[in-house]
Design a protein around this ligand. Structure first.
Ligand SMILES: O=C(CO)[C@H](O)[C@H](O)COP(=O)(O)O
Length: 242
């Protein structure tokens, strides 16, 4: 077997830890990305070994396919508006506030809808994702409607960053599962994410952005040596965007 990179080791460790939190008959929110993929595989192993009966709301088509393969029954969020537990990855996490950047995988809209519906949102990251301020290692993904998207991008630029239209691997504009476009807003490190989040959301043509505030209840960090640690719980919350 090929040896794992330190980052892969961390992701596997955090996936195992997350899967251990699942209890029989739970309805789960299922995020997207490579860490979630490993988490779904770990949950699948528990389903096989223990016969757990689980339902889940997927946040992307890719997650839907894998979750079904693992034996998780898919349900509509409208049918189960409260989820027992949700797992997701993130692109940046600020320890303490649990402010997050998400959406480099392009699933931020459904991810936010699921995050808001979850009684307990657990974020799963390797420790390279921890930052002092959002915007330090990742742009802020912003999902916009295709109509007049260049005009929307010009308005985004007025917030002080550089919006870059995301392209798919074939060079055409990337489309989200909802058929929208994504601009990656390159910003200097963001001192006050609440203000920026509200300003982005206030631009007509913006569907959603990847700043997640006050949503994560738990952050599990995977380390390169295969251990995991939980970040100390958040004491105060800010607007969760509902
Ligand atoms: O927000 C996301 C997708 O929209 C992912 O959760 C985020 O990009 C982390 O992905 P990975 O686990 O592959 O690093």
């Amino acid at each position: 077997m090929a040896s794992r990179s330190p980052q892969d080791t961390a992701k596997h460790a955090v996936a195992e830890k997350a899967a251990a939190m699942v209890e029989d008959k739970m309805v789960l929110g299922l995020g997207s990305g490579s860490t979630m993929r490993l988490t779904l595989l770990s949950i699948g192993r528990r389903i096989q070994a223990e016969g757990l009966s689980l339902k889940g709301v997927p946040t992307s088509e890719a997650t839907a396919v894998l979750a079904r393969e693992q034996g998780i029954e898919l349900v509509e969020l409208d049918a189960r508006p409260e989820l027992d537990l949700a797992f997701d990855g993130a692109d940046e996490v600020v320890p303490g506030s649990f402010a997050l950047t998400k959406g480099l995988g392009g699933a931020l809209l459904r991810e936010k809808l699921v995050a808001i519906a979850a009684s307990w949102l657990v974020i799963l990251v390797d420790d390279g994702k921890l930052v002092d301020q959002l915007g330090s290692r990742s742009p802020i993904p912003v999902e916009v409607v295709p109509f007049a998207h260049k005009t929307t991008a010009r308005r985004l630029a007025k917030l002080g960053g550089e919006p870059v239209l995301r392209l798919a691997s074939d060079g055409t504009p990337f489309r989200s599962d909802g058929g929208n476009l994504i601009y990656d807003l390159k910003m200097p490190p963001i001192g006050a994410p609440e203000g920026l989040a509200a300003a982005i959301k206030g631009i007509t043509g913006v569907v959603e952005h990847g700043i997640f505030l006050g949503m994560a209840k738990d952050v599990i960090v995977g380390n390169a040596d295969g251990t995991t640690r939980r970040l100390p719980a958040v004491l105060s919350r800010v607007d969760n965007g509902t």
